[in-house]
Design a protein around this ligand. Structure first.
Ligand code: C5P
Length: 220
């Protein structure tokens, strides 16, 4: 976004419980930690701020760090507080493959509306689980899977975080928090390669993608 300072905020303080191999940000895929993938993917940013789990340090010149909190929201609160950009992009390090074209689409939307997130269509049939049985089918064309990065004018996100803290409310992402404040959040077409590593088998997919990611020409 020419002329506008962009801070990229990386919450990296999760414990990675569902994978069970220590803090997820420090798991390796294709010979690099998930945090390193994210730092490389956003190397163009005017400012990078990382929220670290207790006891971890990051000695990378030019990168700001803050301590993470008990929840993702608390980690992002600390990140927004430390950020100086007019626009902030919040990105989970659990999504190592940063597709530049999708990020550009997001930045365009943030420039227009002040708040936007990447999202992708639901590929599978979506159904309610009713006591172990196949319940009502939900029309998947009306739903989206929300990705990161999510982009906001920093003031907008900061105000929303302060209000959520004051009211003791916790949200799983920042778009929810901003929307809760009555501010519309644009949905921007994401990219399925920006999937989130959550379960052990996701690491296998990530290893496969890591192999083609570094090959030339770059798949993004
Ligand atoms: O656990 P989950 O995959 O939903 O976490 C999403 C992102 O939030 C991850 O990048 C994780 O490191 C981060 N996180 C954090 N502080 C926490 C919990 C999660 O920075 N307390």
């Amino acid at each position: 976004m020419p002329g506008v300072k962009v801070s990229v905020l990386l919450p990296a303080a999760g414990s990675g419980e569902r994978i069970g191999r220590g803090p997820k940000a420090f798991l390796e895929v294709g010979g690099k930690t998930l945090l390193d993938w994210a730092l490389e993917g956003f190397a163009w940013a005017d400012e990078l701020v990382v929220a670290l789990p207790p006891g971890r340090n990051l000695d990378v010149p030019g990168i700001k760090t803050v301590w993470g909190g008990k929840t993702r929201q608390q980690s992002v609160f600390n990140l927004v507080q430390a950020a100086t950009g007019e626009v902030v992009l919040v990105h989970d390090v659990a999504r190592p493959f940063v597709v530049r074209a999708a990020v550009e689409r997001l930045l365009d939307a943030v420039r227009g509306s002040g708040a936007a997130t990447l999202a992708v269509p639901v590929p599978d049939t979506l159904v309610q689980e009713a006591s172990g049985e196949y319940g009502a089918v939900i029309p998947r064309e009306h739903y989206r899977l929300v990705q990161t990065p999510q982009g906001f004018r920093r003031e907008l996100l900061w105000n929303a975080h302060q209000k959520a803290l004051a009211e003791g409310l916790e949200f799983t992402d920042d778009a929810q928090l901003v929307r809760w404040q009555g501010y519309p959040v644009a949905l921007v077409e994401g990219d399925r390669r920006m999937f989130k590593i959550t379960y052990p088998e996701d690491l296998l997919l990530a290893e496969g993608l890591a192999q083609v990611w570094s090959s030339s020409p770059r798949p993004r």
